[in-house]
Design a protein around this ligand. Structure first.
Ligand code: FAD
Length: 293
């Protein structure tokens, strides 16, 4: 099937890989090496994030189009509302359609420069991801995903408000959701429970990023806007002067996290690859879907 939504809820949980758009030729080569090395794992789909601005946005469209035409993979493009008028958003969505891309992850995006800064809507743009979901759905026969936040979105005043807005966004037409990266399965399960309690029925895929160095721990906190679990951070701290041991623990922890999520019936696992293939492949090989091949 050409739709991520149809794959989710099938007999097996989905597994998918996320990449970011390259900024230069060296990054482009690295991206394509990672894609080629991960392709034999037959992921359910792969996604390319949408740049914060400028030319990487064109690179999102170009890279996603290339996945559609030159690989056996099912592509999904991310799209954000930052610095775009509705007319520009329609134009990008039209380019997706023209390139045969039917799956779109509609997220609001963060302000360029300072992600924690004030979010200013483009004068002719949209305010929330919810509006972007409607825009993409109205534009054609797209399967649309949205973002979910196990620790609540950093801008949300409370977990309750966050849940309410998430369910509204899903009702606007989302076919599925993907979480921000998290490192404790209970955080995912609490999100799933509170969404279900609020009447949300949208399947929520788990966003997973294996720790490969002490730097990824810091980066995780910045990227996700959520604290890294202190007990787990302490485990890494104890071996922080041994990069090989840090990496090994990171792969082991990510594998255990995925195993627990699969045992709890997660509909899918979405790996944030940072355009590298090895760590993702190592985790994947530890999982039931990896053992099968
Ligand atoms: P929204 O759902 O619009 O929520 C933003 C805030 O507004 C939340 O606090 C929410 O509770 C609140 N809110 C929502 N609706 C209402 C309402 N009606 N009234 C009042 N408050 C409301 N960023 C990129 O730049 N490019 C990417 O490719 C990208 N991909 C991502 C993929 C995933 C899986 C995730 C989890 C995040 C991704 N991001 C990406 C980051 C994302 O853009 C930011 O986290 C952004 O701040 C939130 O986006 P959102 O779609 O959740 O926003």
């Amino acid at each position: 099937p050409a739709s991520v939504g149809e794959l989710i809820g099938g007999r097996e949980p989905t597994f998918s890989f996320e990449f970011f758009p390259p900024r230069d030729e060296q990054q482009e080569r690295q991206l394509w090496q990672a894609i080629r090395e991960l392709e034999p794992l037959h992921p359910s789909f792969v996604s390319i994030t949408y740049g914060a601005g400028g030319s990487t946005r064109d690179n999102t469209v170009a890279a996603t189009e290339r996945v559609a035409t030159e690989t056996t993979l099912l592509p999904m493009a991310h799209l954000t509302a930052v610095s775009h008028s509705v007319a520009e958003l329609r134009n990008v969505i039209g380019r997706f359609a023209g390139a045969g891309i039917r799956n779109v992850l509609a997220v609001r995006g963060d302000p360029p420069g300072d992600p924690q800064g004030e979010w200013v809507r483009h004068p002719q743009g949209v305010l929330y991801a919810e509006d972007l979901v409607r825009l993409v759905k109205e534009a054609g026969d797209f399967c649309v995903g949205v973002a979910a936040f196990p620790y609540k979105h950093p801008r949300s005043p409370s977990v309750e408000a966050d849940t309410e807005h998430f369910v509204r966004k899903c009702r606007a037409g989302a076919d599925f959701a993907i979480t921000q990266m998290f490192f404790d399965a209970d955080d995912y399960l609490r999100l799933r429970d509170r969404v279900a309690e609020a009447g949300g029925r949208t399947p929520i895929l788990a966003g997973i990023m294996p720790v490969t160095s002490m730097r990824t721990i810091e980066r995780a906190a910045v990227l996700s806007g959520a604290p890294f679990p202190p007990a787990l951070a302490a485990q890494f701290e104890r071996i922080s002067d041994d990069p090989v041991a840090v990496r090994r623990l990171g792969i082991e922890q990510a594998s255990l996290l995925c195993e627990r999520l699969l045992a709890e019936g997660v509909p899918g696992i979405h790996f944030i690859t940072l355009n590298r293939s090895t760590a993702t492949r190592e985790v994947w090989q530890n999982l039931p879907m990896g053992v099968r091949i």
